[in-house]
Ligand binder design. Structure first.
Ligand code: GDP
Ligand code: GDP
Length: 436
């Protein structure tokens, strides 16, 4: 499971600035589920060799009257979801009443929290720190989020106690089979789909042992193929005791994606594609997982409506053109069986083990029919290729002057590999390595 870091603090201390540093996110990768989760902003990030999720809690209003409600409504929810809390204060502004209020809440909350003093650029940080010592949250850590100063060290320090993600053993992998995460925003029909998939007669559901955090992991077998369905909608929760207030959780969704081989993203045909769907797609892309898109509630749509939805998909989902799209009715079961064909195809594409010989031969053919350009008076040479990872497949191409390989040529290689290897449903990453 990815560790979850929450950023709290009064407005203007630099939370968004730090969030952007930590996630290096383009806007599309930030899920801002306003209204649903009361303005918590989620991002996935990686610094050094640690992956994590960050929650930005937006502003805790500094006015004394509102602070308790805001604390309760928003930051407390984020603190609950988090493993680590970073409490930001502003070295330049010094200690304020709002800071003390937040500190008071944190001391009572017992979550592992760190006091982080931001904006320590070009000032005497040590003397600025003096007044924050008294808050009872330990020595403040010094950063300057705007300049990235101290940020890497901060992450290393606060995540030090979290175990690195352990590699699954071969036996665990075999038992889990293909891990599918069913994700989508609220009300698109995830629960209905989960029930439909598990309710099929040919499905044999095993003991639901491995439940992790909030999502439910359901191992089963269908036509002698093993699967684990990761149910973010919480359909098969044992007993009602664990029922959360919030049915939809971004953290749950992100963790499920991270832990899956193939993501089934459910869209609602009646609502078309909305901003949240695109945010979720952004996260899938970032995770590198395979993707199958299920456009649900296809029943009872008029021919005109269907045509409208299809043209909207064409227009807005061009950036995930590697994914198969299915038009289904989870309620009636229409086309649900076909999802499995695409899931399997995507899984195979994402986990195939090509030899360096195969990959190098494809590279040689590609280069022979279309040479890379000259750079600095010499021809760019691409010599060989090996497989550097899977799910998503990573192709490592070795050559010289690789820094000069133009984007158009990279796309040509990617398309060639996709075609020759018959890749479907998975993103493909290509990395160039110099060998001079
Ligand atoms: P938030 O309201 O807590 O999310 O704060 P923002 O991230 O929006 O930052 C508030 C202001 O502080 C902006 O003008 C930032 O440019 C500035 N700021 C953020 N980090 C730093 C820093 O490390 N040094 C300085 N000097 N200014 C910063
Ligand atoms: P979730 O929040 O994503 O788990 O969505 P649910 O499975 O709870 O479904 C939300 C609503 O959409 C419910 O009222 C379902 O009955 C309805 N629904 C789900 N699938 C379909 C479908 O295929 N067709 C139609 N017409 N309604 C559906």
């Amino acid at each position: 499971m990815l560790p979850v870091i929450a950023l709290v603090g009064r407005p203007n201390v630099g939370k968004s600035t730090l969030f952007n540093r930590l996630t290096r996110s383009r806007d599309a990768l930030v899920a801002d589920y306003s209204g649903l989760t009361r303005d918590r902003k989620y991002g996935e990030g990686r610094l050094g060799d640690r992956n994590y999720i960050v929650i930005d809690t937006g502003g805790i209003s500094g006015d004394e009257e509102g602070i308790d409600t805001h604390m309760a409504d928003q930051s407390l929810a984020a603190i609950d979801e988090a493993d680590v809390v970073l409490f930001l204060v502003d070295a330049r502004a010094g200690l304020t009443a709002a800071d003390e209020m937040i500190a008071h809440h944190l001391r009572r909350n017992h979550k592992k929290s760190w006091l982080v003093m931001n904006k320590t650029d070009a000032i005497d940080a040590d003397s600025a720190a003096a007044e924050f010592y008294g808050m009872g949250l330990g020595d403040p850590l010094h950063i300057a989020a705007a300049h990235g100063k101290g940020v890497r060290q901060l992450v290393d320090l606060v995540l030090e106690d979290f175990p690195e993600q352990e590699e699954e053993t071969e036996q665990e992998k075999e038992e889990a089979g293909i891990k599918m995460a069913i994700v989508g925003r609220p009300n698109v029909g995830k629960s209905t789909l989960v029930n439909r998939m598990l309710g099929e007669e040919r499905v044999v559901v095993y003991d639901q042992a491995g439940t992790t955090r909030d999502s439910i992991y359901i191992p089963y077998e269908r036509f002698e193929q093993r699967y684990t369905l990761i149910d973010t909608a919480g359909v098969r929760r044992r007993g009602k005791v664990h029922e959360t207030v919030e049915k939809f959780s971004v953290i749950k969704t992100l963790q499920a994606m991270e832990d899956s081989n193939v993501v089934i993203l459910v869209l609602d045909a009646r609502e078309g594609i909305v901003e949240q769907d695109l945010h979720l797609l952004g996260f899938v892309l970032e995770s590198g997982r395979s993707l199958v898109i299920a456009v649900n509630k296809w029943d009872g749509m008029t021919a005109d409506d269907k045509a409208d939805v299809k043209s909207e998909l064409d227009r807005r989902l061009g950036f995930v053109d590697f994914a198969r799209i299915h038009f289904i009715s989870a309620m009636h079961g229409t086309n649900v069986g076909h999802l499995y064909e695409s899931v399997e195809e995507a899984y195979e594409s994402a986990t195939a083990r090509w030899t360096s010989n195969q990959l190098t031969r494809i590279l040689e053919d590609a280069v022979a029919s279309h040479q890379p350009p000259m750079a600095r008076g010499r021809r760019i040479k691409l010599r060989y290729c090996h497989l550097g990872g899977h799910n998503p497949p990573l192709l490592v191409v070795h050559g010289n002057q690789i820094d000069a390989v133009p984007g158009s040529y990279k796309r040509y290689l990617e398309n060639t590999y996709r075609k020759v290897l018959k890749l479907m449903g998975t993103p493909l990453r290509i990395e160039f390595k110099g060998s001079e």
